[in-house]
Each structure stands twice: as structure tokens, then as C-alpha cells.
Design a protein around this ligand. Structure first.
Ligand SMILES: Cc1ncc(COP(=O)(O)O)c(C=O)c1O
Length: 437
């Protein structure tokens, strides 16, 4: 029988170390709430302001803001990051059975947009340091049917954009950046979302800019922009904005209703005023914790290259079983820390996307076997364990997540408690090994 002592681990009945918590989230300031109320008052009786179907509505100011911040020519506000990604895939000209290279390590929507557009996802493994698509793994996967690369800056960590863009130029591929988790992250000093042919953002309530639900697509090329408008925007907008003669015949209501809610756009626009400050606290909190946990057994921070500056939507770490000579496993470690009040989780991705049920059964919404059946080599495209070993090892052995989410304020006392909990737990490795899993 195990009896608790005052210094015992909380999981065995000892005192809990972390008594503070992260702030509630999302949080809207009085100024943001007032701005939305004022926008509603202004828009009452004026459908063009209240509805984002036509140009000149409230969403246009948010679109201009994204263009200005990212140095882009065009922006299209959407109902979410997922809709922005789907529009980008359609506008990229992905046809039924085309191949699109992407990462197995993400939120599923980095990939569902490809399937939704009729494309076949082809998975390139990730870089073990940045957890983003490994450029060295892309080129061998390119075939005559490859049309695009959808990459993701997962957790806010920028993918290695320069070599990826070089591969895309060489093979005439469209690059779509999934920036849903990376608003404000920098690659070589430049904001992510300013590199690919398209970049897609989310402003859902779980994101760095948290405005309920919504998204944004940015693009520079005139034709790609007009194709994207045609895929998801109302004829009241495509009518005046689609000017390329051969595209005008596509102006129609045969579209997806993928536009943003005008008042979400107003909220996001106002919240933009404090985005840099929130992101700067995300960075400071992450740096503080990475420093505080250096040398603590069982965990190590990701070795982010010096040319990337993540805005840390989520902070990933690696479990180090060797620190316990293999006698403590990841679940025991996690359970002990969680009992101390540490908001630590294991793999965000859980199972690499390529190994999920849909890819094993090839049973997507477009009908059993499609889009694979639309490609002559579709039968040979199979998704097997061992195809992406780095992503597998991350998900099944190494992944830990701690931090991000609401960490956009000064949280140093809370972080100190977290570090203290790690010290307490790792000072008793024999007790950790006793935890039942
Ligand atoms: C990486 C990634 N891509 C796409 C999305 C989809 O964004 P939304 O929920 O705004 O549609 C998310 C949302 O969590 C995401 O994390």
C-alpha cells in the first residue's frame, strides 16, 4: 500500500504544486466588444455593410489589414481556415485524381481540403526538429500528376519555406501555406503567409487571433485571386471583382457560402491592435519555460533553427525516456505531472494523418475509392506504417505539449510553479515507475 507524505507526489495523495492557472480564453477587451457593438449599429439597415457578400462591407477592412501586414496584393475573408484552404485548393486547379504533397503531422484539415477538391494526398515525412514537412522528402514524391504542395506551420513553427518554394518553382507546383496556427510567426525575419501562392489563416477562438470563427486567404497572382473568388464568394462580389474575360462566364451562385460573418471581421480587426503584444508574451512565456526546464529529466525543448521565430500557438516538447534508463514511460510521466496541476498533454496529432481510417479504407465523401480511382496509378498509392517514421515516432513515443493556447499574458509565477512541479516529480523517479498505467 502507498501512503502519502507531505513531499509525496500529488498522484499518491501529496500536495498539488501548481495552484495558479492560465487566464480564461478567448478574452475580448471592452474596446473590442464596443467596436463590435458600434459596427452592428453602423451596419443596421445597410445590408452591404452587414453582409460580406458584396465589396465594401465590414470584412474589407480586415482583408486590407491582412494584405498590409503580410505585404500581399489580395485577401479574401472566409468562414474559417478550413474554407480558406478548400478555396485555395479549388483555385489552384487541383483536378480529380491530381496528387498533392502534404504533411502527415497536422490537424486533419491541412489534408481534408485536398480530398475535398478531388486531390490525392501524398505524404512527405517531417523534419524531426521543426515537425514541419521535410523539404528533402518532397522531390522524390513528385510525379507528372503532382499539382501542389500544402504545407503547415504546425504549432506556429515555420516550415523551411526557401527550399520548398525552390522545388515548387522547378516543378511548376502551387504552394499553399496552412498558417492556421502561425499568425505572427517569422521565417528568416518575414511573416509566414507571405511566401506561398496562397496562404490560409484561421481566426477561430482557439487561435492566436481569436475572433469566434473565421479565416483569411491571401494571394498575389491576379488569376489565382479571381479563381478563389469564383470558388467561394457571392456573385455580388465576383461580378465587380472578376475581370479576366474568360473567367467571367464562371460568375454564378454555383459556389460555396464560405464568406465571413461581418461582425467576426470587426472583432478580428479590433483585436489585431493587440496581436503583437499577445504574440510577444507567447514568445516570452515559451522562452521562460524552455529555460526553466533545461536539464530537467524526461523532457527537452524542440531545437528550433535560428532562422525561425515561432509565435507558439502550442508549445511542443520531446519525452526523453533515456533520462530514466527506460524505467519510466511517457504515460507515467504525464500522469504524475497532470496530478501536480501541470497542463501537459501528449501528442496533439495522436496518429499520423496518413495512417488514419480514411486512408486505410480509401473511403472519402466523394464515394468509395475516389479520388484514387481517378488516377491511373491510384491502386499503387497506399498508406502504410513505416512510410513516415519521423511522424510516427513523434506521435507514438516522443510528443509532449505544454503551453500555448491562452499563454498570451505575463504568466511567470504560473510557469515557476510548473517548473517546480517538474523538479518535484523528477526527483522521485522510483515513485514515477510505480504509477499504474
Ligand atoms: C493546422 C490547421 N489547419 C486548419 C484549421 C482549420 O481552421 P478553422 O477551424 O478555422 O476552419 C485548423 C484549426 O484548428 C488548424 O489547426
Amino acid at each position: 500500500m502507498t501512503t502519502a507524505t507531505t513531499t509525496d507526489l500529488a498522484i499518491f495523495g501529496g500536495p498539488k504544486t501548481v495552484t495558479l492557472s492560465a487566464p480564461p480564453w478567448p478574452c475580448f477587451t471592452d474596446a473590442e466588444i464596443q467596436f463590435v457593438a458600434d459596427s452592428m449599429t453602423k451596419a443596421a439597415g445597410d445590408w452591404r455593410l452587414a453582409c460580406t457578400a458584396a465589396p465594401g462591407g465590414l470584412a474589407e477592412d480586415l482583408e486590407k489589414k491582412f494584405c498590409q501586414v503580410l505585404g500581399r496584393k489580395y485577401a479574401i475573408a472566409t468562414a474559417g481556415g478550413g474554407p480558406a484552404l478548400h478555396i485555395a485548393c479549388l483555385a489552384a486547379g487541383i483536378q480529380l485524381g491530381d496528387e498533392v504533397i502534404t504533411s502527415p503531422y497536422s490537424w486533419g484539415q491541412t489534408c481534408s481540403c485536398i480530398l475535398q477538391a478531388g486531390g490525392i494526398p501524398i505524404f512527405a515525412d517531417i523534419d524531426p526538429d521543426t515537425l514541419t514537412i521535410d523539404p528533402r522528402k518532397i522531390e522524390p514524391l513528385i510525379t507528372p500528376r503532382t499539382r501542389a504542395i500544402v504545407l503547415v506551420h504546425i504549432f506556429g513553427i515555420p516550415a523551411d519555406l526557401d527550399p520548398i518554394m525552390a522545388i515548387a518553382r522547378k516543378h511548376n507546383l502551387i504552394v499553399i501555406e496552412d498558417c492556421a496556427q502561425a499568425q505572427g510567426s517569422l521565417y528568416k525575419g518575414k511573416q509566414v503567409g507571405s511566401f506561398g501562392h496562397f496562404a490560409c489563416f484561421s481566426i477561430g477562438s482557439g487561435k492566436n487571433l481569436a475572433a469566434g470563427d473565421g479565416g483569411m486567404l491571401v494571394v498575389d497572382d491576379d488569376r489565382l485571386h479571381q479563381m478563389a473568388l469564383l470558388a467561394g464568394m457571392h456573385p455580388a462580389r465576383t461580378g465587380p471583382q472578376v475581370t479576366i474575360p474568360e473567367l467571367r462566364s464562371k460568375i454564378d451562385s454555383l459556389i460555396y457560402t464560405y464568406r465571413i460573418n461581418a461582425f467576426t471581421a470587426a472583432l478580428a480587426l479590433k483585436q489585431f491592435e493587440r496581436l503583437d503584444e499577445m504574440n510577444s508574451w507567447r514568445r516570452k512565456n515559451a522562452a521562460h519555460l524552455r529555460q526553466a526546464l533545461t536539464g530537467v529529466p524526461g523532457i527537452k525543448p524542440m531545437p528550433i533553427p535560428a532562422d525561425r521565430d515561432p509565435a507558439w500557438h502550442i508549445i511542443p516538447w520531446s519525452f526523453v525516456p533515456e533520462d530514466f534508463q527506460g524505467k519510466v514511460n511517457r504515460v507515467q510521466y504525464l500522469k504524475a505531472l497532470q496530478a501536480e496541476g501541470v497542463p501537459i498533454g501528449w501528442s496533439y496529432v495522436g496518429n499520423p494523418i496518413n495512417l488514419r481510417h480514411i486512408f486505410q479504407t480509401k473511403d472519402w465523401w466523394s464515394g468509395h475509392g475516389y479520388p484514387w480511382k481517378a488516377n491511373p496509378r491510384g491502386d499503387q498509392i497506399v498508406y502504410r506504417k513505416g512510410d513516415c517514421p519521423v511522424a510516427e515516432k513523434r506521435c507514438w513515443e516522443l510528443d509532449l505539449t505544454l503551453g500555448g493556447g491562452p499563454w498570451m499574458k505575463d504568466l511567470r509565477p504560473f510557469l515557476e510553479q510548473i517548473a517546480e512541479a517538474f523538479r518535484k516529480v523528477t526527483a522521485a523517479p522510483q515513485r514515477l515507475a510505480e504509477i499504474k498505467v
